[in-house]
Write a protein that binds this ligand. Structure first.
Ligand SMILES: NCc1[nH]cc(CCC(=O)O)c1CC(=O)O
Length: 305
């Protein structure tokens, strides 16, 4: 049978979607299921909008159009960067799989120097308040400049009007351009975004076809538990991918370790929390850590009240 996989049109999105399509066809071959997967490009509001992420009122703009494609039958499955998904799951869709995570770190791309040896006052591009604030926490002298556009456009500005840019290592890796990272920033210096580096595959719920089970077999339990904790925390803080919040969970022998950080956009104040517990309790661990951060003044730090 032939499946239509809905994807955003950017090179990164098509590359990620192509990897999922290949993985599905490989699994199908292994299990003797006849399966072909073709990419269907769907244009999203997020690809068109030019403003900074902060200016976008809707959380998950990158995701909404793909979901529409699923619901109106344009595609059978949709691949999203999990980082871009709203913390609330869609009530009419099934999150069938969370893929094994790529490198979760943020990558600093410069003409040579690392974060600690950039020249005084260097201009670093990022549209993310989370990245901007954490850059300033390490190097208060840096100039954080707004940055949008696809990976190629962003990298093209390094050594042009910017001294560097910060991008997700996962995106660079998938595009085969990880060698352009000057430094993979230690999560202690730059806590990644909740869900960074993982892909999500959504389908219409309850599909009992053989293909749906193949999609579900791509799920990586450890990654799912980790991102569940991170996203539950983000949900309690009532925030999305443009918030100055980092969270990073790992799972080892069924034990989940979660670290989280809320920063003010100036990078002068930060709240750090960590928690450990069974991976099976991922959601409640994330929520309770979120409540702890709120109790310590996270909302005020984010400029809410
Ligand atoms: N918000 C855009 C976005 N969503 C996911 C990724 C990277 C891939 C990933 O995190 O899995 C990116 C680009 C970036 O942050 O540099």
């Amino acid at each position: 049978m032939k499946l239509r996989l809905g994807t955003r049109a950017s090179l990164l999105a098509r590359t990620q979607s192509g990897m999922v399509a290949d993985a599905l066809m490989e699994r199908a071959r292994e299990t003797g299921v006849d399966l072909e997967v073709e990419l269907v490009e769907i244009t999203t509001h997020g690809d068109i909008s030019r403003g900074s992420l902060v200016g976008l009122s809707e959380v998950g703009v990158f995701v909404a159009a793909l979901r529409e494609g699923l619901l109106d039958g344009t595609c059978d499955l949709a691949v999203h960067s999990l980082k871009d998904m709203p913390t609330q799951l869609h009530p009419e869709l099934e999150l069938a799989a969370v893929s094994a995570r790529e490198d979760v770190r943020d990558a600093l791309c410069t003409t040579g120097p690392g974060l600690r040896d950039l020249p005084e006052g260097a201009a670093i591009g990022t549209g993310s308040p989370r990245r901007g604030a954490q850059l300033l926490a390490v190097r208060p002298d840096l100039r954080v400049e707004p940055l949008r556009g696809n990976v190629d456009t962003r990298l093209g500005r390094v050594g042009d009007d910017l001294d560097g840019v910060v991008l997700a290592a996962a995106g660079l890796a998938r595009l085969g351009r990880l060698d352009e990272a000057t430094e993979l920033i230690d999560p202690e210096d730059m806590m990644p975004a909740p869900g960074q580096g993982a892909l999500a595959i959504e389908i219409l719920p309850g599909a009992d076809a053989a293909w749906a089970d193949i999609v579900r077999s791509l799920d990586d339990a450890a990654t799912r538990a980790a991102v569940t904790a991170e996203r539950s925390l983000l949900g309690v803080l009532d925030a999305g991918c443009s918030a100055p919040i980092g969270a990073y969970a790992t799972v080892e022998n069924g034990q989940l370790s979660l670290r989280a950080r809320v920063v003010d956009v100036a990078g002068t104040l930060a709240l750090n929390e960590s928690a450990r517990g069974p991976a099976s309790e991922a959601a409640s661990l994330g929520r309770s850590t979120g409540w702890t951060l709120l109790g310590r003044g996270a909302a005020r730090l984010m400029g809410r009240n």
